[in-house]
Design a protein around this ligand. Structure first.
Ligand code: ZN
Ligand code: ZN
Length: 411
C-alpha cells in the first residue's frame, strides 16, 4: 500500500504542476483498474480544484489482449465512430488529459505484433483530431505512472508482490521528485536548468549532429532549418503551461527526415505494446532505415517500420545526460515514459510541429516539405551510452562538442 499522504502529494503534483488544471475545466483520466487508489484521489482533488467534470476510462490489459486475439481483422482495424468522437470531443473542449500507466510490460506477449499495429493504426487514424491537439500542445495532457503488480515484478523479479510494488513506488517517487520536501519548487529549478540548455542549443543553429560510441554507433543526423529545441513544460497560447511527462529530463528537436546516415545502436531495450525488442540497430541512408536487426523482437521493428512512409524516418532527436536521476538510478523500467528519460534517444515517425518555427500553424504536407517528419507512429528508442559523444556541426562546417562521455560538454 502506498501511504495515503504520499498518494495525496503525488496526485497534487500531477494536477497542479503537471496539468495545471483550471477551475471549470474538464479532466479525463485513462487508467488501469490497479491504479484505482490514485484515480480516486485525483478525482477528489480535481473537484476540489473546481474541475467541471472528471471522466475516467478504465482499462485492463488482459481484456485488451483477449480483444487482440479474438477479433477478426476487419473488426480489429476499424475504430468505432462514437469512441473516436469521445476522444476527439475531449480535445475540442480543451479537456485536460491524464494517462496513468501501470501495466505489465509483457501484457501482450504471444500476440502477433502486426495485429496490435493494425488496431493501433485504426485508433490513431480515427482520433487524428485528438492526436494533433496533443502533438501541437493546444490542450494540457500528462502521462505519469502508478506501480502495477505485474509491472513491479518485471522490474524487480524475485520479490513478493508487495515488496516489488513498494520498490517500484520508491523509484517512481524518486525520479518524479514527488518525495522532495517541495515538489513544486524542485520542478521549477529543474525547468530552469532545461531552459538554460535549450537557449544554448537554439543559439547554435546546428545543421547536423554526429554521434559516436564504442558499441558501433557512428551516425550523422541533419537538423531542419528553423528547428527549435524544446523540453520540460509546454506553453499553451503563451498563457498557461503544462508538463506532458512526469518524469521528464529531455531536450528534444526535429531532425531532418531526409538527412540521416550511418548506424545507430540501441543502449536499452525497447518495450513496445507489451513486446520487448533488445540489442537492436538501425542503418540509415538518405534519412531512411535501409537495414535493421535485433536480438529479440525483430518482427516488432518490422511492424513499426512498415506502418507508413514516415515510420522508417526520424521524427525526434532528444538529449539527456547520463547523470540525470533516471540514468543514476540505472533501473530498467520496461516503460518508455521512464526509460527514454534515462538516455539520449531518437524516435521513428512523427515529429512535434512545435519543434519547427511556425510549425503549429502549418499543415502536415507543408511540414514534410520542410523536412519535418509525419507518420501514424512515434516510437522512441534509446542510444545514450556512458561513452557517447555528440558533436554539433554548423553550416560553415565548424564543430562544437555537445556531449562527451555521455554528459553535457558545456556548462
Ligand atoms: Zn523524447
Ligand atoms: Zn518521443
Amino acid at each position: 500500500m502506498i501511504p495515503k499522504q504520499e498518494l495525496e502529494r503525488y496526485a497534487h503534483m500531477l494536477l497542479h504542476v503537471g496539468l495545471d488544471l483550471q477551475k471549470g475545466q474538464e479532466c479525463v483520466i485513462n487508467a488501469s483498474l490497479e491504479a484505482a487508489p490514485l484515480v480516486r484521489e485525483l478525482m477528489r482533488q480535481a473537484y476540489e480544484m473546481g474541475a467541471k467534470d472528471v471522466h475516467v476510462n478504465w482499462q485492463d490489459a488482459e481484456c485488451e489482449k483477449l480483444r487482440y486475439l479474438g477479433q477478426d481483422e476487419e473488426t480489429l482495424s476499424s475504430f468505432p465512430d462514437w469512441k473516436a468522437e469521445m476522444y476527439n470531443g475531449y480535445c475540442r473542449r480543451g479537456c485536460a488529459y491524464l494517462a496513468i500507466t501501470s501495466d505489465d510490460p509483457d501484457a501482450f506477449a504471444g500476440v502477433d505484433a502486426a495485429r496490435i499495429a493494425l488496431a493501433g493504426r485504426a485508433k490513431t487514424a480515427a482520433t487524428q483530431e485528438a492526436v494533433n491537439c496533443r502533438m501541437s500542445g493546444t490542450a494540457p495532457w500528462l502521462v505519469a505512472g502508478y506501480p502495477g503488480v505485474k509491472w513491479a515484478q518485471k522490474v524487480f523479479p524475485g520479490l513478493s508482490e508487495q515488496e516489488a510494488v513498494d520498490k517500484l513506488w520508491d523509484a517512481i517517487a524518486f525520479v518524479t521528485r514527488a518525495r522532495q520536501d517541495d515538489p513544486d519548487a524542485a520542478w521549477k529549478a529543474h525547468q530552469a536548468a532545461l531552459d538554460r540548455r535549450k537557449a544554448w542549443l537554439n543559439a547554435q543553429h546546428f545543421t547536423a549532429m554526429h554521434y559516436a560510441a564504442s558499441n558501433g554507433t557512428d551516425f550523422t543526423v541533419g537538423l531542419v532549418d528553423r528547428h527549435i529545441w524544446d523540453g520540460g513544460c509546454v506553453t499553451i497560447e503563451g498563457k498557461r503551461s503544462f508538463i506532458p511527462n512526469m518524469p521528464t529530463e529531455e531536450i528534444f528537436s526535429a531532425p531532418d527526415r531526409r538527412r540521416a546516415e550511418g548506424t545507430l545502436v540501441s543502449a536499452l531495450p525497447l518495450s513496445y505494446n507489451g513486446s520487448l525488442v533488445s540489442d537492436f540497430r538501425f542503418t540509415f541512408q538518405d534519412g531512411r532505415v535501409v537495414d535493421y536487426d535485433a536480438r529479440t523482437g525483430k518482427d516488432v521493428l518490422r511492424g513499426i517500420l512498415t506502418t507508413d512512409e514516415g515510420a522508417c524516418r526520424l521524427g525526434e532527436i532528444a538529449l539527456i545526460p547520463a547523470d540525470s536521476p533516471l540514468a543514476q538510478l540505472g533501473l530498467l523500467f520496461y516503460s518508455t515514459l521512464y526509460d527514454e528519460n534515462a538516455s539520449c534517444h531518437f524516435a521513428l515517425g512523427r515529429s512535434y510541429p512545435s519543434c519547427y518555427e511556425g510549425g503549429e500553424s502549418m499543415n502536415q504536407e507543408a511540414l514534410v516539405q520542410a523536412g519535418v517528419n509525419d507518420s501514424l507512429v512515434h516510437v522512441d528508442f534509446m542510444v545514450g551510452t556512458r561513452d557517447l559523444s555528440i558533436t554539433g556541426i554548423r553550416a560553415d562546417g565548424t564543430e562544437v562538442p555537445v556531449f562527451a562521455h555521455g554528459v553535457w560538454a558545456i556548462d
